[in-house]
Design a protein around this ligand. Sequence first.
Ligand code: AP5
Ligand code: MG
Length: 186
Amino acid sequence: MKLLIMGPPGVGKGTQANRIKNTLNILHLSTGDILRDEIKINSNIGIKAKMYMDDGMLVPDSVLLQIVQQKISEPICDNGYLLDGFPRTIPQADGLEKIMQSINHKLDYAISLSANTDELIERLIKRGEESGRNDDTPEIIRNRQKIYWEQTAPLLEYYGKKGILKDVDGLGTISEITNRILEIIK
Ligand code: AP5
Ligand code: MG
């Protein structure tokens, strides 16, 4: 099973991906997590990505496509994966399609989680106060939401037209939402 999970910051992509990967026994590939790991080791990719991430801006498409191409071409990915937070732009989606075609992979579903913006901002401000990422500050949280609607939301139509988009209500308890997703993809 090859899946992607999309939705605005704070909607629960990472939370749900972690649960679904265990149930389906597939890999969870979060581009946000991969980029944060690159920042930790101070790699060239990390140094470049940090400038964008600290402001809540998208890291350039070429960087993301290079990362994803390398990851999903590994033999372990033939069994299946769940892309979390990628693609985020139309060029990334086109690039993903080309990469997948070249290795004979087919995307089964694009799961789109949704929730109202007030709820999302509340969740992320709470996380910012408790554990917190660099980009969990009120100003950057708002910028991340804005970028989602400007640059990523067009992918809803993109995957809708391909007939693989599945809308899932992202409000409710974490396990209710997992069950909604599993119901759709089983
Ligand atoms: P990324 O790491 O993907 O962050 P994001 O999209 O901003 O989303 P989050 O990870 O904050 O939220 P989430 O939807 O995963 O929710 P979570 O499960 O954590 O990207 C970070 C940055 O990296 C980007 O801004 C960009 O700079 C760069 N980047 C990454 N990918 C890129 C790409 N493809 N192209 C370009 N740049 C890229 O949950 C959030 C909180 O809510 C948690 O505290 C959780 O416990 C809580 N929660 C979860 N579910 C529920 C629930 N049902 N009820 C109540 N609380 C809940
Ligand atoms: Mg996440």
